[in-house]
Design a binder for this molecule. Structure first.
Ligand code: CMP
Length: 459
């Protein structure tokens, strides 16, 4: 078999191949427990190593253990990565040669550097205290690079998981800001920055405080830079802070506005509609009804389905529609004994629609173009002179079938008694369904005949 091209496209992933059916949250994230452990070690190293580099050799025993365990995990992860399947261009690739070549070209060097415990080696008797130990400690900073894997995860999770993308972005945003503040604080310690400032705080606390006040462009000035290197460092952090501030202002506002995308869409539509109605001097009472309609459609989650699902291929569209319309499929006795094939055909055509109390849904004498199924609420069928209620129909019933079957005008006016959630089937789709499923057609005809005889004036 021909080798897969080793592409570097943005869609390439280093993730386990997804299992597809019955995804748990973890599978959806594409990370195993092993990955999570390695990831945690990566973050710990990214925090601990810069700190120990600026504070001097590793003295605390537990830090040495953490560093060693992380190294072992990273080493085992390298071996693991040489054999585990990856996703390239959306397709899983299991061929070892491809997987290995791809890994060697991309992450191997960074992973290897992270796996070498430079900081620990610097504490080995014979090396500790020599110039080599200082060099090794600086090399240990290379271990931090592995945290760049978080960037890949961030990109992946945004498109592959059901987490709210805005929440995810905010969470990663907070993570990176904390990381950067920590690294900047470490740099400040290295430059002896904490010498001026608050003696009651530990050097790290002072540095972190300085890093955050400078990054956020607050800069109280209670800790000030002395000497060339500190001033240069402070200027760089200020510039970085200004850039970050701009980024935050630019992004966080839109992120927060988009926390609930559907809601902001709804509000946007309401605003446009309100503006339009005011502009065209629509009577206030009618305006209020329009707003009621929009609000109810939003709250009952009955709107916007078709426009969102339009981009999906038919098979997925059917799956989602089956899920969304399961209520109505369960409620309408007509569908109870229907076959899976019938339901799959039907859900594609059903369109949700809401009706407000008192709204005339079907008017006597009009040409019929739709049949309605009631998911929630009640409607009344009025007598020809609209003075008497002939019948009240509720959840699970349908109406509007007579005009479609006989091609005659609507026999009666039908009016909503409550807020109604309806599903509508257009004439063409109704005819298609009747043709394909004679049992359904017979049942609808039977109901229509019964209703006609009930409505006919008795002599
Ligand atoms: P259609 O004639 O298309 O429009 C009015 C609808 O009211 C009609 O189809 C039936 O679905 C419904 N309808 C008419 N008479 C009755 C009745 N007696 N009981 C229940 N529903 C009816």
């Amino acid at each position: 078999m021909k080798d897969e091209p080793v592409s570097m496209s943005r869609n390439d992933r280093d993730m386990p191949v997804p299992r597809g059916v019955g995804l748990t949250r973890r599978e959806e994230l594409g990370v195993s427990s092993w990955d999570l452990a390695v990831l945690a070690a990566t973050v710990v190293i990214a925090v601990a190593v810069p700190l120990e580099v600026v504070r001097g050799p590793l003295e605390e025993r537990w830090l040495q253990i953490v560093s060693l365990v992380a190294s072992l995990l990273f080493a085992a992860d390298i071996l693991n990565r040489f054999s585990r399947p990856v996703v390239v261009g959306g397709r899983p690739v299991t061929e070892r040669a491809v997987v290995q070549r791809r890994y060697l070209r991309r992450w191997f060097v960074i992973d290897l550097l992270a796996a070498i415990p430079f900081d620990l080696i610097a504490t080995v008797p014979g090396i500790a205290g020599t110039g080599a130990a200082s060099v090794l400690r600086v090399f240990a900073l290379l271990r931090v690079l592995r945290v760049a894997r978080m960037l890949v995860l961030q990109r992946e999770w945004r498109v592959r998981t059901s987490f709210n993308p805005a929440v995810l972005r905010l969470a990663f945003f907070a993570f990176w800001i904390s990381m950067v503040a920590h690294w900047i604080a470490c740099g400040w310690i290295a430059l002896d920055g904490p010498a001026s400032g608050h003696p009651e705080l530990s050097p790290y606390q002072q540095s972190l405080y300085w890093a955050i006040t400078t990054l956020t462009t607050v800069g109280y000035g209670d800790i000030t830079p002395f000497g060339r290197s500190q001033v240069a460092y402070a200027m760089t952090v200020m510039a970085l802070g200004a850039a970050m501030y701009g980024y935050i202002i630019g992004n966080v506002a839109s992120l927060i506005a988009n926390l609930d995308v559907m809601r902001s869409r709804h509000l946007g539509r309401m605003e446009t509609m309100n503006h339009f109605m005011r502009d065209r001097r629509v009577p206030r009472e009618l305006q209020a009804r329009v707003r009621d309609y929009f609000n109810y459609a939003w709250e009952s989650r009955m709107g916007q389905q078709s426009e969102i699902l339009a981009d999906l291929p038919e098979s997925l569209h059917i799956e989602i529609a089956l899920h969304l319309n399961r209520n109505i499929l369960r409620k309408v006795p007509l569908f109870e004994r229907a076959s899976e094939t019938f339901l799959r055909e039907l859900v594609l055509y059903l369109e949700p629609r809401v009706a407000m109390p008192g709204e005339t849904i079907v008017r006597r004498g009009e040409m019929g173009r739709r049949i309605f199924f009631i998911n929630r609420g009640r409607v009344e069928v009025l007598s020809p002179d609209e003075s008497v209620t002939v019948a009240t129909l509720s959840e699970g019933s349908f109406f509007g079938e007579m005009a479609l079957l006989s091609s005659e005008p609507r026999s009666n006016t039908v009016r909503a008694l409550d807020y109604c959630d309806l599903y509508v089937l257009g004439r063409e789709e109704f005819d298609k369904v009747l043709e394909a499923f004679p049992e359904f057609a017979a049942e609808v005809r039977r109901v229509a005949d019964r209703r006609r005889s009930e409505s006919e004036p008795r002599s």
